[in-house]
Design a binder for this molecule. Structure first.
Ligand code: SDX
Length: 436
């Protein structure tokens, strides 16, 4: 970051001395006012619940222009990556800053492949869960449990440890997600197969059984790979910020990523894809497209507590570019699966059209986000609804790790420790219980 010529001055109406603060510029996007001296010089904090106007860090990984609906991974537009690259190339890009050449891609992919198995002991963790446990409950446990097995890569201050932990996490997430799924359906776990692609391996571990040969469908394989690319990273979203804050204590990478998994589960964040599909299912049950008007009325009624899941975004005040790409992938997969007339997809398209013509959504700049169509694609591939967010976590793991490693590598980083505006009781004395 570079110091701007411009400076910020904070003055106070009570005549307290004003404060001059430096302004820094990034390469693109908003400048920042450096308020680090504010508390020391004024005894006051800033107040920004939800961090609506706060940059928590500097980063060179992902840039979002919410007004334009633009998303860049290390400078490359998401549309070009989703069209010209695969997820392994995208992982290399996010972790190392550059797309690999052919040899680099081969080496990276082989390194990941060789780490896709998990320790045989991991399977015994699953037995403790009920068969109907939510996959994200299982994943939160399993990812944290990885730190019990890989003591040779838990020192986050050691670059070699960070490198191998990154590969292990990227490699093992598909295996763990597939195990979480198999456990809930009572089928045996399928071991990874080293002759399959990353996405193909996931499909195999999910849908193969020991009883017969499973052939990976190339259209589904490509669609899943694109879904992974679209979900790989997204600047300082809630789960990434959780991973950074958790990792800032110096905890091991597996524990920090487990914290990200737990945060992503929420319906306002990664859980929205599952919630969006359940919402479409409810509308379907109530009568489908004819009932969209009634549903929209509920959404507009603040007292209903009903939101249009898969719509709206803290940063995007335009169409989420990932939603557009997801819609295209949706069409490809539905066609491949002979589901062109899938009522859920038709309902989603009708809902989007109506919402985008309704002033309630237009005035609030609420557009479809990545979660609006991702559930329909995953459902068409055969992935059960409760597993959607686990697939999101699988894909986002590389982004979480890249952001965590960037933070640890930043000489300015400290343990994150926000303050507060205290509105509770001032000091008071405890009375003996007989007098309370
Ligand atoms: C992801 O941050 C990221 O980058 C996340 C993510 C990633 O890749 O990591 O992109 C992934 O989490 C995408 C978002 C998935 N969540 C959903 O689809 C859930 C539904 N969306 C909302 O809950 C909401 O839009 C948020 C949480 C996504 C954003 O909320 P904000 O930025 O805090 O905005 P807000 O809640 O203040 O909304 C502004 C207005 C409010 O109305 P008013 O008070 O102005 O009258 O818009 C309304 C909100 O009530 N609103 C919605 C709405 N989203 C916002 N009304 C109906 N349906 C919605 N979906």
């Amino acid at each position: 970051m570079k110091l701007a010529d411009n400076k910020a001055t904070m003055s106070f109406s009570d005549g307290s001395p004003s404060l001059e603060m430096p302004i820094y510029q990034g390469n693109v996007g908003p400048d920042v006012v450096d308020i680090r001296k504010l508390y020391g010089q004024t005894g006051m904090f800033t107040y920004d619940p939800g961090f609506m106007s706060t940059a928590a860090c500097q980063s060179a990984i992902t840039y979002i222009d919410g007004d334009k609906g633009e998303l860049l991974y290390r400078g490359y537009p998401i549309e070009q990556l989703a069209t010209n690259c695969d997820y392994m190339e995208t992982c290399h890009l996010l972790l190392h800053g550059e797309l690999p050449n052919a040899q680099g891609k081969k080496d990276f992919s082989e390194l990941v492949t060789r780490h896709t198995m998990v320790n045989e002991q991991m399977q015994f963790f699953l037995r403790g869960f009920r068969r109907d446990a939510h996959p994200m409950a299982i994943m939160t446990g399993l990812v944290g449990a990885l730190s019990a097995f890989y003591h040779d890569s838990t020192d986050i201050t050691n670059p070699q440890h960070r490198e191998i932990a990154a590969i292990r996490l990227i490699a093992k997430m598909p295996t763990l997600v597939a195990m979480a799924y198999k456990y809930t359906v009572g089928q045996p776990y399928m071991y990874p197969k080293n002759d399959l692609s990353y996405a193909g391996n996931f499909l195999h571990m999910m849908f193969a059984t020991p009883c017969e040969e499973y052939v990976v469908n190339p259209v589904l394989e490509r669609a899943l790979d694109r879904i992974f690319i679209l979900h790989a990273d997204h600047e300082q979203n809630a789960s990434t910020s959780t991973v950074r804050l958790c990792g800032s204590s110096g905890t091991n990478p597996f524990a920090a990523i487990a914290a990200g998994v737990a945060c992503l589960w929420g319906p306002a964040h990664g859980g929205a894809n599952e919630a969006a599909l359940n919402m479409l299912g409810d509308i379907q049950k109530q009568g489908g497209i004819e009932k969209i008007g009634d549903f929209i009325k509920q959404v507009k009624d603040k007292n209903s507590g009903v939101k249009l899941m898969g719509f709206g975004h803290r940063v995007y005040k335009n169409y989420d570019p990932r939603a557009k790409l997801m819609q295209e992938t949706c069409k490809e997969v539905l066609k491949e699966m002979g589901l062109e007339n899938d009522p859920m997809f038709k309902l989603a398209m009708a809902l989007e059209k109506i919402a985008l013509e309704d002033d309630y959504f237009v005035s609030r700049k609420l557009y479809p986000n990545v979660d609006f169509y991702s559930g329909i694609v995953q459902r068409a591939i055969g992935i059960p609804v409760p597993l959607f967010t686990a697939v999101f976590a699988l894909a986002r793991t590389v982004g979480w790790i890249a952001q965590l490693n960037e933070m640890i590598g930043d000489p300015e980083y400290k343990i994150g420790r926000p303050r507060q505006l205290f509105t509770g009781s001032a000091a008071r004395d405890v009375m003996p219980i007989v007098k309370r």
